[in-house]
Design a protein around this ligand. Structure first.
Ligand SMILES: NC(=O)c1ccc[n+]([C@@H]2O[C@H](COP(=O)([O-])OP(=O)(O)OC[C@H]3O[C@@H](n4cnc5c(N)ncnc54)[C@H](O)[C@@H]3O)[C@@H](O)[C@H]2O)c1
Length: 264
């Protein structure tokens, strides 16, 4: 199936009038989310460390009639995170949806015995810490309007760790805890926060030997019998969690993975 909507008008407009920030929007899951959010009527701010690549996705969305704006941002740098939120407010006046999808260090997978403190800190800085900073910068805006949808991206590796993904699994576990904390502290402001766990074929798997091996194995393990795609299989859950109808779903970890991981 195609990565792109066969018909930009296919969306039902359930995010019409909403403003969304999508991080990692040049990547597999992030670009699928950004395209789908735009197809559902949101104005989308796309960020990624790769400026030209994220601008290309935004340009494609605009060509399809969507509203999109790209900003290069290294999520390891707190000042760049602040700048993304400020630019979003300057351009669109608000933020309703924050989809924290990027994760750094996807090219540094290691066994625990080989992992360095530097790698662990980088996975943490470009995972739960940057997600927390994006959330904190969006908080005053969402709190004032009494509305917010925050989605953080974890991984089945946080709950069922696969050997070779040590610091990544640790960081993703912290992402899930971050979501739970926010759900308890921010729910009263009309802001709901959920963790999303995808499985889809993306360029991220091709960055390391461990990633390539995991991709081969996953194809054989997904109960629905195929490797999902970011746009068709994964982004519908991201749309739902970003929608008005998700206002009573808070602090949950929900997978779009064909049934690979069962969370109780
Ligand atoms: N694809 C899957 O099956 C799967 C499974 C579990 C979890 N995830 C999670 O989904 C998210 C997206 O992964 P993906 O598979 O689309 O990977 P991907 O490699 O295709 O995309 C990741 C994107 O993040 C960007 N990025 C990396 N470091 C960055 C930095 N320092 N600053 C800003 N942007 C940066 C990359 O440029 C890339 O565009 C990640 O959080 C990943 O851990 C994916």
């Amino acid at each position: 199936m195609s990565e792109q909507s066969p018909n930009p008008a296919v969306g039902s407009g359930q995010l019409a009038g909403r403003v969304a920030i999508v991080t990692g929007a040049a990547g597999g899951v992030g670009s699928g989310a950004a395209r789908r959010y735009a197809d559902e009527g949101a104005s989308v701010v796309l960020t990624d460390i790769s400026g030209p690549a994220v601008e290309a996705v935004a340009a494609e969305i605009r060509e399809r009639g969507g509203e999109a704006f790209a900003i290069a941002c290294d999520i390891a740098d707190p000042e760049q995170i602040a700048a993304v939120v400020a630019a979003t407010v300057q351009r669109y006046g608000t933020v309703d949806i924050l989809a924290n999808i990027a994760q750094g260090g996807l090219d540094q997978h290691k066994l625990l015995e080989e992992a360095t403190a530097e790698q662990a800190l980088y996975a943490y800085r470009t995972g739960p810490l940057q997600s927390m900073l994006f959330m904190q910068h969006c908080l005053p805006i969402m709190k004032e309007k009494g509305y917010g949808r925050v989605i953080n991206t974890a991984s089945g590796a946080a709950v069922h760790p696969t050997p070779g993904f040590s610091t990544y699994s640790m960081a993703k576990g912290a992402v899930m805890s971050l979501t739970r904390v926010a759900s308890q502290e921010w729910g009263r402001y009309g802001i709901v926060t959920n963790t999303f766990l995808p499985v889809a074929k993306t360029p991220g798997f091709d960055l390391t030997e461990q990633g390539r091996a995991a991709a081969k194995q996953l194809v054989t393990m997904v109960p629905v019998g195929r490797f999902g795609t970011p746009y068709e299989d994964v982004s519908p859950l991201l749309v739902f969690l970003a929608s008005e109808g998700a206002g009573y779903i808070n602090g949950q970890a929900i997978a779009a993975d064909g049934g690979l991981s069962l969370f109780t």
